[in-house]
Design a protein around this ligand. Structure first.
Ligand code: C2E
Ligand code: CA
Ligand code: CA
Ligand code: CA
Length: 275
């Protein structure tokens, strides 16, 4: 039994080494990826709940790695935050999304996810102002999505930065609403234009009456606060119909469209906006 135990221990040691090596390799590659032009943005339609027409797109980053293929953000954003390159990646994302949107039909907006670490580490309003100036995109067509984690860490500084951003004329959405601890108090304190209901509530709504009640409450809260309500992760017609009925203003999810590569986006725009 003793020998077995050591054998098992040895196995984990080797595996840990492999994981540590893998992790170090990712870090080195991440630092180079921006220069190598390996990041791409995919764009997922945000459809208006009234008529199912796209009102804009959320930019979602992917790492087009020469060997690993398309790497999803869950696999590299946290590491990028830990090693500090999230700042450069975040700046790039804002510039790239503004350039892309400046080529879309005029009424369409682009939503960009901001990492809390990026937000804290940079003069975000200056970055956004420059990206808007360079692309010529109207500020009203840029929306920034932030999560509650940002608001917990340093509320006063964050409030000042959000106020600077809003002064530029962009809109701000609270992402993943309902998953944090004090979402409600933050809604009152910060100048959000939109609430994005987390997809876990949408996923549960068909089976779970409590989830439906929570969704109704969030929708009426949004109405009271005069904020738009977007539901994300909509995968079925049943979900879409329920969310429409409770007066969500915008819907997003695989039921309507997956995140689109730039090429797929071009044909999507052609079919939806051909003149
Ligand atoms: P998120 O902001 O909550 O984005 C929504 C995620 O749900 C996306 O995953 C999207 O592809 C996925 N999704 C869309 N429709 C459906 C659906 O119907 N069902 C399900 N199950 N999922 C759906 P993705 O692209 O893997 O992004 C994951 C997270 O990574 C994002 O969550 C966001 O927090 C982060 N992220 C993505 N792009 C960026 C970026 O450019 N910058 C930063 N800082 N974070 C990003
Ligand atoms: Ca988002
Ligand atoms: Ca979300
Ligand atoms: Ca999320």
């Amino acid at each position: 039994a003793k020998a077995d135990g050591r054998g098992v221990y040895r196995f984990f040691e080797i595996q840990m080494d492999a994981e540590a090596r893998e992790r170090r390799m990712l870090e080195v590659e991440l630092r180079e990826a921006l220069k190598a032009g390996e990041f791409v943005l995919h764009y997922q339609p945000l459809v208006s709940a009234d008529d199912n027409k796209p009102s804009g797109f959320e930019a979602l980053i992917r790492w087009n790695h020469p060997i690993r293929g398309m790497v999803q953000p869950a696999e590299f954003i946290t590491i990028a935050e830990q090693i500090g390159v999230i700042r450069e990646i975040g700046d790039w994302t804002i510039r790239e999304a503004c350039m892309a949107a400046s080529r879309w039909p005029n009424e369409l907006l682009v939503a960009v996810n901001l990492s809390a670490k990026h937000f804290e580490a940079s003069d975000i309003a200056a970055v956004v102002r420059d990206a808007l100036a360079q692309s010529g995109l109207s500020p009203s067509r840029l929306e920034l999505e932030i999560t509650e984690s940002l608001l917990i860490e340093c509320p006063d500084e964050v409030l000042a930065k959000l106020t600077d951003l809003k002064a530029l004329g962009v809109t701000v959405a609270m992402d993943d609403f309902g998953t944090g601890y004090s979402s409600l108090s933050y809604l009152l304190k910060f100048p959000f234009d939109k609430i994005k209901i987390d997809k876990s509530f949408v996923a549960a709504l068909t089976e779970d009456a409590v989830a439906r009640d929570i969704l109704r409450s969030i929708a009426s809260l949004g109405k009271t606060l005069r904020m738009h309500i977007t539901a994300e992760g909509v995968e079925t017609q049943t979900q879409a119909e329920f969310l429409r009925k409770i007066a969500c203003t915008q819907l997003q999810g695989y039921y309507f469209a997956k995140p689109l590569s730039e090429l797929d986006l071009a044909s999507y725009l052609l079919t939806h906006f051909a003149t």
